[in-house]
Design a protein around this ligand. Sequence first.
Ligand code: FO1
Length: 317
Amino acid sequence: MRIVVLTGGIGGARFLKGVRAHARSINADVTAVVNVGDDVRMHGLQICPDLDSVMYTLSGAADPERGWGRVGETWVIKEELAQYGAEPTWFGLGDKDVATHLVRTTMLSAGYPLSQVTAALCERWQPGVTMLPATDDRLETHVVADVEGERKAIHFQEWWVRYRGKVPTHRFVFVGADAAKPAPGVLDAVAEADVVLIAPSNPVVSIAPVLAVQELKQAVADGPAPVVGVSPIIGGSPVRGMADTCLTTLGVEVSAAGVGRLYGPRAEGGLLDGWLVDTTDEGADVPGVNVRAVPLWMSDETATTAMVAAALNLAGV
Ligand code: FO1
């Protein structure tokens, strides 16, 4: 069996641990199609937060509290940069993490596409799933917000890290999306998939930038594989992060049903055949979509693996 997961962010990385565990138990292959909208160039380095969160989390190298960056990290480079007053000082680059960005930036500068760079980094980390960026092209999430007394578009990382999303926010723009093509292997993976899962990631800034790659979204919507999503909202709140702020900005109800309706039923041009919600959201109404309520707290890998089994069961695979 072939499982494809659309994913981004820290929650998505944690979800993938359960997907990998369940896949191993049924001898299935997993391909993670990972958001690149968070990617940012800082201090001359190309940083890919969601790809790195997946790679580090699946290889046990991620800091379990932060969910991003490396466990046992040191911050000498960050402190030295601050001593030079080298902006941005609000974005923390760990010393071990910098090595990843140096290798990635060197390979990108030599002309390797991000998908090949990711495969090269995974040689070391062996995540146990195939990791594909949604696109090798430039695609960046920018946020139109009122900051320092003016309305302007800032990079997602500045919105997320510097301002913590605590500024009047008006729009999310996926710069480059209209020209972005699916990375090599993505369309084949979707075409050959027995099931496509949408991870419980932030629907607005982690999943939407993946779906902004039009050919990718169309391939999922038109593909033969059943599509089952997992709600990132439990009992009206996101498990972590700022999905509530993001959904409110879009005028979408902050609920399991609201996100299910955002992705929409496949029969009406949307993506979903099935929608997994937490037991507290039993009865969530998503017209045209098969909704099932199971425990969705990813308290540990066993709980996450049970969620994945429920998702595949809902997909009928
Ligand atoms: N998140 C923070 O809250 N503060 C940081 O200083 C920070 C640095 C950072 C460096 C590399 C990296 O891969 C991720 C980093 N993140 C940081 C997390 C990042 O903003 C998020 O992981 C995603 O972009 C949102 O899911």
